[in-house]
Design a protein. Structure first.
Length: 183
């Protein structure tokens, strides 16, 4: 029996990761803790697979768009609205979250651990997502659930924190034995 493909699921094009909370869940205000990640795309990136997943979720929830709320939000945001954040200008961004921890892998599908420091805000990758509709306290729209994360390549960190290998040179075991640094 062939497995039915869920049209509300998609894999994003490569983008830049921002605010990743993929190893430990984080709570926003009075909400339940969730794993989350925001992904930034160049304005010219083809997001049609993501759009199709949103359309599938909308069609499932609101067949023929009947009964759809008038003010209905889509998950695609303009980075120019967040000009105070590094890397957002001229980009489109999408946030995704889930109460369940996503798998985080590298380009060869090998797991990435938090301790490795290999996944960080500013690296490039893609997300496996599932679109779904919500209607909570008068706010209605379609958003994405974060299922998996794949890092594809390094990028300049958004944290502003220098990499340790850029801060120090390696030192031989006997280096500095005569120099106690003034102590």
């Amino acid at each position: 029996m062939a497995m039915k493909i869920d049209p509300s699921r998609c894999v994003t094009p490569m983008g830049r990761m921002s605010f990743p909370k993929v190893f430990k869940a984080d709570a926003f205000k009075d909400q339940e803790p969730k794993f989350s990640c925001t992904i930034l795309f160049d304005a010219k990136t083809d997001l049609s697979a993501m759009e199709a997943a949103c359309d599938a979720a909308i069609e499932k929830e609101y067949p023929a768009k009947r009964g759809m709320p008038k003010k209905f939000k889509r998950p695609f945001r303009d980075g120019d609205d967040k000009e105070d954040l590094d890397g957002y200008a001229g980009k489109i961004f999408v946030a995704a979250s889930n109460k369940q921890r996503p798998a985080v892998v590298d380009k060869d599908l090998s797991p990435i651990s938090e301790e490795s420091g290999d996944f960080y805000a500013g690296c490039y990758g893609r997300l496996a997502l599932r679109a779904f509709c919500y209607d909570v306290n008068g706010n209605a729209g379609v958003t994405f659930s974060l299922e998996h994360v794949q890092k594809l390549k390094d990028g300049e960190s958004f944290t502003g924190k220098m990499k340790v290998e850029d801060a120090f040179d390696s030192v031989a075991d006997d280096a500095g034995e005569d120099d106690d640094g003034g102590f």
